[in-house]
Design a protein around this ligand. Structure first.
Ligand SMILES: *[C@@H]1O[C@H](CO)[C@@H](O)[C@H](O)[C@H]1NC(C)=O
Ligand SMILES: [Cu+2]
Length: 150
């Protein structure tokens, strides 16, 4: 009796995990540079290559607002380290950018020569996987047959 209840509890727990785990795993808040933050002397290209960015994730740029800033620029401006057509410039020291659509995004620091010195980050945002339809609850006959096999 007790073991049947334990099996039933395990079945219910797995069903709940299957339904909810993909949702929990889907949105990630990426702190740019992890513990280093957004600063000089860090390899943001390698950092970005080691991550996966998906629609719904965010990028958090953490830095000293006296020393740095963040500009979102075009791919050409990213290469040239200019902000000719910057779409946004942030300078709060803790800027959170929503990755709300798939595609490429380019960010640079436009203080002094910081971009040329490596304060540049490009990411490729992957389309989010659509949320799975909720799994149907097992019917009574199915769960009873499953339990009687134990
Ligand atoms: C950044 O851009 C470079 C050059 O176009 C590209 O090779 C690299 O894959 C991009 N990185 C990411 C994370 O998208
Ligand atoms: Cu800077």
């Amino acid at each position: 009796m007790a073991s049947k209840q334990m099996v039933a509890a395990a079945v219910i727990a797995s069903a709940i995990a299957i339904v909810f785990l993909p949702a929990l795993a889907s949105a990630t808040d990426h702190v740019v540079g992890d513990g280093y933050g957004w600063t000089l002397g860090f390899d943001y290209a390698a950092w970005a290559e080691s991550k996966q960015f998906t629609v719904g994730d965010t990028l958090a740029f953490k830095y000293s607002a006296n020393s740095h800033n963040v500009a979102e620029v075009s791919g050409a401006d990213f290469k040239a380290c200019t902000k000719a057509a910057a779409t946004s410039v942030w300078n709060s020291g803790k800027d959170v950018v929503a990755l709300d659509k798939p595609g490429r995004r380019w960010f640079i620091c436009v203080v002094g020569q910081h971009c040329r010195l490596g304060m540049k980050l490009n990411v490729t945002v992957l389309p989010g996987t659509p949320a799975p339809a909720p799994a149907p609850a097992p019917s009574h006959s199915q769960s009873r047959r499953f339990l009687s096999e134990w």
